[in-house]
Design a protein around this ligand. Sequence first.
Ligand SMILES: [Zn+2]
Length: 398
Amino acid sequence: MSLRESAADMRDELVRLRHALHRQPELGLDLPRTQEKVLTALSDLPLEVRLGERLSSVTAVLRGARPGPTVLLRGDMDALPVAERGGEVVSQVDGRMHACGHDLHTTMLAGAAHLLAAGRDRLAGNVIFMFQPGEEGPGGAKIMIDEGVLDAAGERPVAAYALHVISSVLPQGMFVTRGGPMMAAADRLVVTVRGAGGHGSTPHLAKDPIPAACEMVTALQAMVTRGFDVFDPVVVTVGSFHAGTVDNVIPDEARFEATIRSFSATSHALVQERAVALVRGIAAAHGLDVDADYTVNYPVTVNDGAEADFVGGVVREAYGEERFVTAPQPFTGSEDFSFVCDQVPSAFVALGACPADTDPAKAAYNHSAEARFDDAVLPDGAALYAELATRRLGLAAS
Ligand SMILES: [Zn+2]
């Protein structure tokens, strides 16, 4: 029986686990109930299990019956502070929702552990299962790496894979990846322009921070088009801007926040330097003080070219040609799997999971209160994790 057929037989258990996770979403690094469900799901398997210290992660190692290298499979487990609207299985926790489908990743990874444990006799090497909290922030992958997930089997993995479901854009069941940049680096710029408040009728007696802050917002867009290669793009979005209280009072301060995304290490380094220099320069030109706090959140998720090709080959062979497409460009979302990619040749793979009766072009996107992920993709997702590990280890051993 193929892994895919075995996974199809597990469908009911997978759906049950996913629904249980979906009803009780947890946020950030501390996911005690999720961790408990994962441990229960893995309890009868021959795994070496280690729990996180600074976060509620689960690291499990399966040792194959035959010697060989190590492969890592990652599934993230955290939810979002979103109030779910509609749907058949709905969050029972107010204001929290598995709106990015991480409940499916957790379930698929647990399913893969069952599939791989059942085929342990044929497995030539080790598999690390990385059940990770805090992908949506503040970055659980980095903490798990600090706590030793990459060395959990006693040696570094030769390859790492992560799956991510997408509730729109892709048709259900379509696997997508690419070599090179796959997801953006996402940074945060917080700017506080400090002037001196006064009467709106006498601006020359005050130091008005508002025009300077507005100039910064538009100059950041000019910086993007004038200072960066159009084929190595940068996205700057000012999503928050606050200043003042009424029309006739000049405030002391204006404050704005921007998300800044880039797709190469070069642009990522350059934009940090340029954005901060720009706002400082404009503040100085107006005789104002400014605080520019630039925080690097996640680096660019860069897939290894050979691993991305390998994923494409496995999907085509196990599921059919029509189930795989190479992404023509990276996604503008970001991922802390990037920290794994920085150290291990990896592939991050997207899987279309919108409901079968929905037009992917019109379906609600990940993070929406109306995002829907179809249970139908669970068996194939679990089987793909297992296929990737089995075949990659087989390849290395032969
Ligand atoms: Zn996500």
